[in-house]
Design a protein around this ligand. Structure first.
Ligand SMILES: Nc1nc(=O)c2c([nH]1)NC[C@@H]1CN(c3ccc(C(=O)N[C@@H](CCC(=O)O)C(=O)O)cc3)C=[N+]21
Length: 283
């Protein structure tokens, strides 16, 4: 039996319709959601993402700015720019595209973003809020994963979720969100012994390591939900996940494709966060 496809693109489109209606309501009350995306340097993959984010803003009628800065921009200049957007009432969300050039300290930049405009959910205060269960802007990719599960009827409550990867942007926050949704959560990484065996315990398996096609059918419990967060660019230019999709297809019960799975949800959750930040800004 072949797994059911989790169609991130379709689910994402229908959430964007919901967001659009809410954005129109907010605009009728005089508040236009606004997002600024700041890109330092010329990373080609980043260029694509930034363009997609600007397109999403346009589609939803948001105010949006894209700031493209040369790779030589100093940390001080970037921090000053962020300071200006922190004080700019037209802008409800500030996103600085990562990774940054090596001479700029990522942490200093993330810390400089006003927490109420932190639509990436990367600021230490946002992370702390998530940890203790306070209302906050959630990191986009992890929030997208939870939406995909809920909207396909795969409620994490009572399930064993195994997360492969422990990054601050995906692994750790997605584990925390799954815990909040009442899953039993195991976090694995490169030092985990018998990784395939642990993965095979999962009712919900989330792969977020950045190793192309790492997860094979032996890693998957028959019928499990497999969520592939990987975005690996292969030498031929094609996008590929952390899961060997073709190998796993007949074992998994549900599976996200790459592209068309988690990726589109990330941008949709960014739009949802910007809307939320705009709504809150009215006081
Ligand atoms: N501050 C910051 N926030 C981010 O959220 C952030 C970032 N930096 N740096 C880079 C990563 C990557 N990322 C993606 C967003 C959408 C797709 C996406 O829409 N992917 C499409 C395909 C796009 C394509 O074909 O290239 C898909 O999976 O279907 C992928 C990856 C956000 N990131």
């Amino acid at each position: 039996m072949s797994a059911q496809l989790i169609e991130g693109k379709k689910i994402s489109d229908s959430i964007r319709e919901e967001i659009k209606l809410e954005a129109e309501r907010l605009k009728a009350e005089g508040t236009v959601p606004g997002l600024v995306v700041i890109l330092v340097g010329e990373d080609p993959a980043s260029q694509v993402y930034v363009r997609n984010k600007a397109k999403a803003c346009e589609q939803l009628g948001y105010y949006s700015e894209v700031v493209r800065l040369p790779a030589e921009t100093s940390q001080q200049e970037l921090l000053e720019l962020i300071g200006r957007y922190n004080r700019d009432d037209k802008v409800n969300g500030i996103l600085v595209q990562l990774p940054l050039p090596k001479h700029i300290e990522e942490k200093a930049v993330i810390d400089a973003i006003a927490v109420e405009k932190d639509v990436d959910g990367f600021h230490p205060e946002s992370v702390g809020n998530l940890m203790i269960g306070d209302d906050t802007l959630l990191p986009c990719t992890p929030a997208g994963v939870i939406e995909l599960l809920k909207r396909t009827g795969n409620d994490p409550a009572g399930k064993h979720a195994v997360v492969i990867g422990r990054s601050n942007i995906v692994g750790k926050p997605v584990a925390m969100l799954l815990l909040r949704e009442h899953a039993t959560v195991t976090i694995c990484h490169s030092r985990t012994p018998n990784l395939p065996e642990v993965a095979r315990q999962a009712d919900i398996l989330v792969a977020a390591v950045g190793v192309p096609k790492l997860v094979k059918k032996e890693w998957v419990k028959p019928g499990a939900v497999v969520i592939d967060v990987g975005v690996n660019r292969l030498p031929d230019g094609k996008l590929c996940g952390d899961v060997d999709f073709d190998d796993v297809l007949d074992t998994a019960g549900w599976i996200t494709p790459v592209p068309g799975g988690v990726g589109p949800m990330t941008i949709t959750m960014l739009m949802a966060n910007t809307l939320k930040a705009a709504r809150r800004s009215r006081g």
